[in-house]
Design a protein around this ligand. Structure first.
Ligand code: G3P
Length: 218
């Protein structure tokens, strides 16, 4: 399973790239707003900067239009910024039309706000390169986000569907581990969830002991 980082924060993207653990970035309007990015020119410039930071890895840029024409206009603007931009489209009827249009025109897409296997199947049939089931938000409603990942991954396998399952709305390290175990192709994670995989008290304790003993070797 590949890792994307789910942020529009340039420092966090740079840090994750330095660690060599990520293959791409996903953003959304909420994450862009969190960074204080506003205005068309600034938004386009920010996406271009991110696209240049990830060695050709996929960078999802989300449209904010909800009509077909608007999505196409925004998506084409994003796609012109860099070869590794993926257009993020919401799971609505107009979105399906846009997914189909971009597939026909050789532009990669990520269908976002997926909350059911049926939605994932529709997005795949419309030509999406990625579907993004939102695990954390499913958990928030009292349902099982991981079961959704499993159902979609199993269905795509049985049907030989090439669309990739991109586990999103990751909130903790267990979401990441279970996504990998259940067959997600990618997990897009906040840096803090990735870092939570890294730390273990016994590693810190063991290292402290090695360093203390190393003093005796001097
Ligand atoms: O990639 C979608 C993700 O950013 C949503 O996460 O935590 O807002 O549910 P969250």
């Amino acid at each position: 399973m590949r890792f994307f980082i789910d942020t529009a924060n340039l420092e966090q993207i740079a840090e994750a790239m330095e660690m060599g653990i990520i293959d791409g970035v996903t953003t959304n309007p909420s994450l862009m707003a969190k960074e204080g990015i506003s205005g068309e020119a600034n938004i386009l410039n920010h996406y271009k900067t991110i696209a240049g930071m990830v060695d050709g890895g996929d960078v999802s840029a989300e449209v904010i239009s909800t009509d077909f024409e608007g999505m196409i206009k925004e998506g084409e603007q994003f796609a012109a910024l860099a070869d590794n931009i993926v257009i993020k489209i919401p799971m609505i009827k107009e979105g399906l039309k846009a997914l189909n249009y971009f597939a026909m025109n050789g532009i990669k897409t990520n269908c976002t706000l997926i909350f059911s296997t049926g939605q994932a199947l529709l997005a795949a049939n419309a030509g999406a390169d990625y579907v993004s089931p939102f695990i954390g938000r499913v958990d928030d409603t009292g349902w099982d986000g991981m079961a959704l990942i499993q159902d979609i991954a199993d269905m795509f396998k049985v049907q030989d569907i090439m669309t990739e399952v991109l586990a999103a709305s990751i909130r903790n390290p267990l979401h990441i581990i279970q996504s990998a175990q259940l067959g997600a192709d990618v997990a897009t994670c906040p840096l803090k969830s990735i870092e939570a995989l890294l730390y273990h008290p016994l590693t810190d304790k063991g290292l402290a002991k090695f360093l203390a003993d190393a003093e005796k070797l001097k």
